[in-house]
Design a protein around this ligand. Structure first.
Ligand code: RNT
Ligand code: ZN
Length: 415
């Protein structure tokens, strides 16, 4: 018996049909963020990354043009199993007939992204970019006390709603449009509520732009703090969650880098699913602060995946990656993160969840611990390799050589 057959047999003994798992998993879209390829810069400005987020490192080979970025994404897509979507930020607009500012963006500025998504048969997600722009220099955008600034960003948000709907219509896949701003203050505020009320009204103004709720899925992403915004974040967890809960069609988006260090998003997923029809995730790896490190196959990543699977919520959770590491080969960073999330999902599905739940419900906590521990050493690696093969993706041990060759032939030539 081959290793694969032996492994399948072991899972079958636990009531798990490996082939059925693979058939299901390979149809679940994971949104691949375009911003790992160029350190969250984009194509619409020359200035630095702002908004309380930062990339560190200057590993050679970052993408400088849409063509380079898309070529790099082609590579990542080919190296990872599973279905993908492409996640684009508004600052990645491509101007072929002249620059326009963010409040004037149109679908045509993203036509190349649509072509790229269509080439791969994928959907697109979208994000207004409320940072890295002169109108964001005060640190406040949608919550600014300056009406001109607020209106500029509201117009940007509305333009993004229209672009999101265009994405959905073109690709035939709903577009998740995530609203995140770095709005906040470095030091103790004298007014915590004023900015939040303005933020609320601004998001409401953006969402007053007409759109089809089946095509565009607006989200609000919360955050606990940012660099230079240590004392106060306008879009806190309570703000964002309550906004989503009180605005029909708006989803909460949890980024697992955006909570206090002992909080875990794995525990928040089922809490939100008890109330919201749909939720969205940014999957990242926090270290001490919102560090946006590359996702690994670590305990909390696995726990988050488990909750999606155990809650039977693939059709209710929009999964997107969000990290940016400029200190290592960016293609490898992207690939490790996406493969890790795929591993976590596969392992979650290769867990006898129904049996473990029954042990919990019967109060059989001793056996629950024993069985949960035994699952950890099942021959997961054989099934992972099989899943990669089924998806036409390289197995572990085979893909990195391709990245090294690409670095030598392509990335190292980018001055
Ligand atoms: C920042 C948020 C946000 C960004 C992207 C680029 O802390 O996580 O989602 O990472 O919009
Ligand atoms: Zn995020």
């Amino acid at each position: 018996m081959s290793r694969l057959e032996e492994a399948k047999k072991q899972y079958a003994a636990l009531g798990i049909d490996v082939d059925a798992v693979i058939e299901t998993l390979k149809k679940q879209p994971v949104s691949l963020h375009c911003w790992q390829g160029d350190d969250v810069i984009g194509f619409d400005h020359d200035g630095p990354l702002t908004g309380g987020i930062q990339t560190t490192g200057n590993y050679p080979g970052k993408a400088r043009t849409p063509e380079e970025l898309m070529a790099d994404m082609d590579m990542v897509i080919s190296l990872c199993p599973g279905m993908k979507k492409i996640n684009v930020h508004a600052c990645y607009a491509i101007f072929e007939d002249g620059f326009v500012d963010r409040d004037k963006l149109e679908p045509k500025h993203f036509e190349k992204w649509v072509q790229f998504a269509k080439k791969h048969g994928m959907g697109l997600d979208f994000n207004p970019t409320f940072f890295s722009h002169p109108m964001a220099d005060s640190g406040l955008t949608l919550s600014s006390p300056d009406e001109n600034i607020r209106n500029f960003w509201i117009e940007h948000g509305k333009a993004c709603v229209r672009i999101s709907e265009y994405f959905a219509k073109e690709t035939g896949v709903p577009c998740v449009m995530n609203i995140w701003t770095g709005d906040g203050l470095k030091d103790i505020p004298a007014d915590r509520m004023g900015p939040r009320v303005r933020y609320k009204e601004s998001i409401e103004a953006i969402l007053s732009e007409p759109f089809d709720k089946n095509l565009v899925k607006p989200c609000v992403e919360s955050k606990v703090f940012g660099i230079g915004v240590e004392a106060y974040t306008v879009g806190s967890a309570e703000f964002s969650l309550t906004f989503a809960a009180t605005h029909d069609g708006c989803l909460p988006l949890m980024d697992n880098g955006h909570y206090h260090p002992t909080e875990v998003v794995s525990d928040k997923i089922p809490a939100l699913l008890a109330f919201f029809p749909e939720i969205a995730l940014h999957i990242t790896r926090p270290i001490r602060w919102d560090s946006d490190h590359v996702v690994l196959f670590d305990d909390e990543t696995r726990e988050m995946a488990k909750e999606i699977v155990r809650c039977d919520a693939f059709d209710r959770v929009y999964m997107a990656l969000d990290y940016f590491d400029a200190s290592i080969n960016r293609i490898a960073a992207w690939t490790v993160g996406l493969r890790s999330w795929q591993k976590a999902l596969l392992m979650a599905m290769l867990t006898p969840n129904a049996q473990l739940k029954e042990l919990q419900d019967k109060g059989n906590y001793t056996e629950l611990m024993v069985r949960s521990e035994e699952v950890k050493t099942l021959p997961f690696g054989d099934i992972w390799n099989y899943y990669c093969e089924c998806c036409g993706a390289p197995v572990d041990g085979e893909w990195f050589a391709q990245v090294q060759a690409y670095e030598k032939d392509v990335l190292s030539k980018r001055a």
